[in-house]
Design a protein around this ligand. Sequence first.
Ligand code: TYR
Length: 459
Amino acid sequence: MNSKRGQWASNLGFILAAAGSAVGLGNIWKFPGKIAAYGGGAFLLLYVLIVALIGLPVMLAELSIGRATQKNVVGAFHSLNRRWTFCGALGVITLFVILSYYCIVGGWVMKYVFVYLTGAHFPATAAPFQDFFVQFISAPVQPLLWGALFLGACIFVVVRGVSSGIEKFSKFLMPCLFLLLISIMLRAVTLPNAWEGVKYLFEIRPEAINGDTLVAALGQAFFSLSVGMGIMVTYGSYVPKKENLLRSAVMICFLDTLVAILAGLAIVPVVFATMGAEGLGMGGGFAFMALPEVFAMMPGGVLFGLAFFLLLFLAALTSAISILESCTAFLNEELHWSRLKSTLLLAVPMSLFSIGYSLSQNADRGLNLPWLDWKHGLQWLPMNAVMEKFTDNLMIPLGALLFCVFVGWIWGTSKAAKEIRGEAQKPFKLEKFWSFIVRYVAPVVILIILYFTLIQGQG
Ligand code: TYR
């Protein structure tokens, strides 16, 4: 074993860091929008089932690869089976693209924190809120500066290393995030008319359970759990050999889902309370457009606004850190660049993607890229849409599929299971069931998803 490698100082630290990776913009920015778009409770139900039955097993598979090899994602595959090195490389490419847009959205969040902090008030009616957001994100330079600042914050933590950087920050940031989220949620569900929103979230309308909802729930689950691209290989590689991985993985999935549901409860009722059901159409814009309006109408709203965007910032930061760490670990261990050099040299090519993503928020300035699916043929779409489709619809499911095939059929679930058990070497509960899922169920389900997104052009 490489004695210079970092390790988590405690299992709690690992769980919080991994939960910090999982809990991110996906939970607070994307999830409430998805749940609104796909019919409330039906989506929630499918989502929770998918997390438990597919997401958790895939996460375990990933963690086991990392812990067994104690290497970055490319090195890990290389050492288990040279021919599968490409699988780790695909992971790094996916991470690189995700980080380039994650930083831009993270920058938007920082801008909002700044606006609330400096006491600048947003206008009090709906349209100006939307205008404010749209004008800001479609400006040429300002969002890039905020994005750079956000990336700078990630670099600041990652160069400090695993236990004294990522772990230390996560142990402090994650509890803050919970406290903030719970207080915002309590405020949201006690607004007048909020009950309609709560009902919407939990009421299962059978007609909303369909293929579209399933595809959306699966994509969201992988993105939200940070599986399918090697983050969990990297984070698993820092776990000491003695630990049992099952308990940690269950905890990480539980925390991630809890935060998603709490975020749904903090946001959807607020939209119902102020705009009624039509407000749901705002999808991903909830956080940036609907909520500031609500905060402006609430007593003490500026404080809530500040708390909310601070929360979103912490969530985004700990996730972006995990992405940067996974790319950095690869450069650091394979090319022997220092952590600082790795992060800085990564930032250069990444900025090009970030710039493209940010500029294409503005249709006039927009850069278009080709996207191909069977149903619609070749389309030219804004670069931001193509980047999100590339990662969410193609690379993440493909990565998860390859990880499952590798663990299930190449490396073997019995070796992986041994790794998961930890020091005690007692077979874990449902070990056979887990192996069945990784070998058969997850690959089939992921193939179905890929069929819908790539052949049917959904999503
Ligand atoms: N899981 C994070 C979220 O929910 C985002 C993320 C996505 C983090 C992919 C890492 C990753 O590889 O926002």
